[in-house]
Write a protein that binds this ligand. Structure first.
Ligand SMILES: Cc1cc2nc3c(=O)[nH]c(=O)nc-3n(C[C@H](O)[C@H](O)[C@H](O)COP(=O)(O)O)c2cc1C
Length: 132
């Protein structure tokens, strides 16, 4: 894969997802802005792989079967905007899009015995987060 340039947007949570974890207008505006900035790589922020057991906070993006169409629209819009703005400065192609899929592990917002999530014990963090 050849990137249009070496400007890379690092994954950065905006904490602006809606109640279901879907991208809001604010989320979309951020990603369209990255495309308008002519980035060659746009690395989408931490996006939870589950609604209940793997989010760090309640405004985190969640990707699932239900809201997949919304993500597809976002991706198509960002690609189009990227292609348009890159061509305005004489560059071909569009930004490569990557998404960071996330499970918050010990930092997940909802915990239950049915959702064990720790790979290892870390006494300091376990104590700080009340993990027994
Ligand atoms: C508000 C904010 C949200 C961030 N969200 C993520 C994230 O979702 N995933 C991730 O891997 N890093 C995240 N980071 C870390 C950044 O991607 C980046 O690695 C970090 O800011 C260090 O880069 P810098 O030295 O250029 O600031 C976040 C950083 C900030 C400031």
């Amino acid at each position: 894969m050849t990137f249009p340039n070496r400007i890379a947007i690092q994954p950065m949570e905006g904490a602006d997802a809606d109640i279901m974890g879907s991208p809001t207008d604010q989320t979309k505006s951020r990603y369209l802005g990255y495309a308008e900035g002519c980035a060659g790589i746009i690395w989408f922020e931490a996006c939870s792989i589950g609604f209940h057991q793997s989010r760090t906070h309640n405004k985190m993006l969640v990707i699932n079967e239900e809201n997949l169409p919304e993500f597809k629209i976002l991706v198509a819009d960002v690609k189009r905007r990227s292609e348009d703005t890159l061509s305005e400065i004489g560059l071909e192609g569009k930004a490569a899009l990557i998404i960071q899929l996330s499970h918050a592990g010990r930092y997940r917002v909802e915990r239950s015995p049915a959702s064990p999530a720790m790979a290892y014990r870390f006494p300091v963090l376990d104590e700080a987060f009340g993990i027994t």
